[in-house]
Every structure is written in C-alpha cells, then in structure tokens.
Unconditional design. Structure first.
Length: 383
C-alpha cells in the first residue's frame, strides 16, 4: 500500500469510528440519504466488540451505513482469528479464494478496516498488497473494493472515470447524484488525500456546459436533506418556474431545472413534480426528455428517478450492466459493493419487481468463477 493510501486508511480508522446509538426511522428518506445515525445491526451489544488485545472496538459513525444492507456486522467477529485465516489463505502454494470470500463478504466495512490494521501489526505487510499480489481479474477488483474505506472507494471510482482520454460520465452521474451531503464531503476529502488534487477542479476540467454546472452544484453538498417538512409555497413556485423554464418558452432555461432538481429534498421534489404535472399535463421526465439532451438529460432524469426510489435506480443500472452481449463488470461490482451495507436488499426487491427475476439468478447466469461467488455472497438473503 502506498504511503498516501496508508495515511488515508489510518485517518479513516482513527476519525470515523465513534460510539453511537441511533436507529433508522424506516421512512422513505432513509433509502435516499443513508447518512449518520444508523447503529450497525446484529452486533450483539458493546461488550461483544472486543479485539484480541481486549480493547473496546468503537462503532463507526454510519455515514455509509443504511438499514437495508445485505452485509451487516458479524456478530462473532474475532479480528485475530480473521487475520490468521486470511494469512493462511494467502501464503504458500496456491490461494484459498473461498476462505477470502467467506471472511470479507461476511464482515462490515469497519470490521474489514480493523482486520487491515491488525493484519499489518501481525504480519508486517498490508493486506491490500497481499491480496493484489495473489488475486486477478474482476475477482481481484471486487475484493480490493471491499477492503477500501467507502469514501476512498468512491474517490477512486471517480478518478478512474476521468482517467485517460474520454470521461465515463455515467459513473460520475451515478456517484454524485446518489450520495448524501456528508458522503460527498468525505469523498472530496478522500480524493484530495489520495490524489493530491481537488475533485471539483478535476470534474470541471473533464466536463462542460450545464452538465458541468450541475455536477459542481451537487459537489457543493448543499442539497436540502430535510425529509420531514414540505414547503408548500416553494413547491408551487418551483413547479411554475420549471414550466416557464421549459414548456412555456422556446428553448430551455437549464439553470432553473438544475437549481430545483439538485438542491431540493426528495420529498419536496415529489410534491413539486405532482404540481408540475397538474400545471402542464406532462410528467417531469417527459419534459426533461423533450427539453434536454446528452449528459445533462441523463443527470436530470437520474435526479428525478432517485427522488422516487434510489433502489429502483440502482436496479435499473444493474440491469443495464448485464443485458445484451457482455457484462459491464465495473458498474456491477461498484453497485454491489457500494450499496451492500446501505440498501442492497431493497435493490434486489426492486429488481424483482422491474424484471421478473431475482438479482441473485441474474448474477449467477451472467458471471463466473470466484467473481460470481463473491457477488452472490454479497446478495445475502435477498431475492
């Protein structure tokens, strides 16, 4: 592991773990903004959280934890035992991929971070380096993704989307449109720590026009996250403003669409869209499709769709990644890993509703080998 990556990992362990006890409200907004306040499920109480040295293991702050993830804290977590078993799986002739899968797909990310820390202390080597040296292909990528802190994983995915000639705009949209304000702040910090560069500046350099403007607004992390209150005067004025910005005029005032869709809360958007349909007799999606094009259209449609259901959006993204000839393993892996502790159970439910088959069966048909096994384990007990 490079020095900068090791420093970021150390910062993650030292600063993001804290004692907390709070519960999800179970409301619609939990699936949209899974940030803060969720205590890990099934940990069996604080007294079970003991490391091999007898030190109390703190509970993470929950920025990347939701109430509908398929991966939970392992109730029988023993960091020393896991480190010993991982080392045995890696050293010697051949690699025990099944042992690696069983451990890393059945531990929460904060437990994996503790494993990494103990592995370094016990073995004198970085776990991520040993895994990189022994694994390969898509299986290697998904395992390495599991070991990385969530904010660093997202930061690396964003950097990869902008690396080299061309830009993978769909990855930028997927990450920036679906993360909470706090998640975006941590991603920006991780990006700067890892690459010594400013994420908004890199986004600005790789994109252009209204699409760039919208992404930069999202990166400011100023979106209203109040899911309890609807501003009645605001939704009426927003609906009228959107009408005047699009259907009522020649050309489109994209800035107004960007302002409303990128800054209002999901619940505020839903009632605004209802009012918009009453005023125009068109859905917001139909208006976006007729008024916009290219990447901006894709982003605005994503914001509209995610205001209704983030899990449904990811179910569609997964379907797009596996349909047709070939599979987009990068997109599939990123969603499976990044949502595994947030809402992957809901994503599986939505996938079943939308496509009439289980995500588990789809992955089983579309992937192979150890990569398939790892993804299926992440599905947990979902459909």
């Amino acid at each position: 592991m490079e020095v900068k990556e090791r420093d970021l990992f150390r910062k993650f362990v030292e600063t993001t773990f804290q004692f907390t006890k709070a519960e999800s409200t179970g409301g619609a907004c939990d699936s949209w903004w899974p940030n803060g306040g969720y205590a890990p499920v099934g940990c069996g109480g604080v007294m079970e959280q003991l490391t091999t040295g007898g030190d109390l293991t703190p509970v993470p702050n929950g920025t990347f934890i939701g109430s509908r993830g398929s991966v939970k804290d392992c109730t029988c977590f023993n960091v020393g035992r896991d480190v010993d078993n991982l080392r045995k799986a890696i050293v010697g002739l051949g690699t025990n991929e099944q042992a690696i899968i069983e451990i890393l797909t059945h531990r929460s990310n904060w437990q994996r971070q503790l494993i990494c820390k103990e592995y370094k202390a016990t073995c004198g080597r970085e776990l991520i380096d040993d895994l990189k040296g022994d694994l390969s292909g898509d299986f290697k990528k998904v395992i390495i993704s599991l070991v990385l802190p969530p904010a660093l994983f997202d930061a690396k995915e964003l950097e990869r989307a902008m690396r080299g000639p061309g830009t993978n705009e769909s990855t930028l949209i997927e990450i920036l449109a679906t993360r909470s304000n706090q998640q975006l702040k941590e991603i920006k910090e991780a990006y700067h720590s890892e690459f010594k560069k400013d994420l908004p500046k890199d986004i600005a350099a790789e994109t252009s026009g209204d699409f760039k403007r919208a992404l930069l607004i999202l990166l400011e992390a100023r979106r209203d996250e109040n899911c309890q209150i609807v501003d009645e005067r605001l939704f009426k004025s927003d609906a009228q403003a959107l009408y005047k910005a699009g259907e009522k005029r020649l050309g489109t005032d994209e800035a107004k669409f960007i302002e409303v869709l990128c800054l209002r809360s999901p619940v505020q958007l839903q009632i605004t869209f209802d009012e918009y349909k009453a005023v125009t007799n068109k859905t917001i999606e139909d208006s976006i499709k007729s008024e916009m094009s290219g990447d901006l259209k894709s982003l605005m449609l994503t914001m509209a769709n995610c205001s209704k259901s983030v899990p449904a959006y990811f179910a569609e993204r997964i379907h797009q990644s596996v349909k047709g000839l070939g599979t987009d393993e990068n997109t599939l892996s990123r969603i499976m890993v990044s949502r595994s502790e947030i809402d992957l159970l809901d994503i599986q439910d939505e996938y079943m509703k939308l496509y009439g088959g289980s995500l588990y069966a789809t992955i089983k048909d579309e992937t192979s080998g150890d990569y398939k096994t790892a993804l299926l384990k992440l599905c947990g007990t979902g459909n």
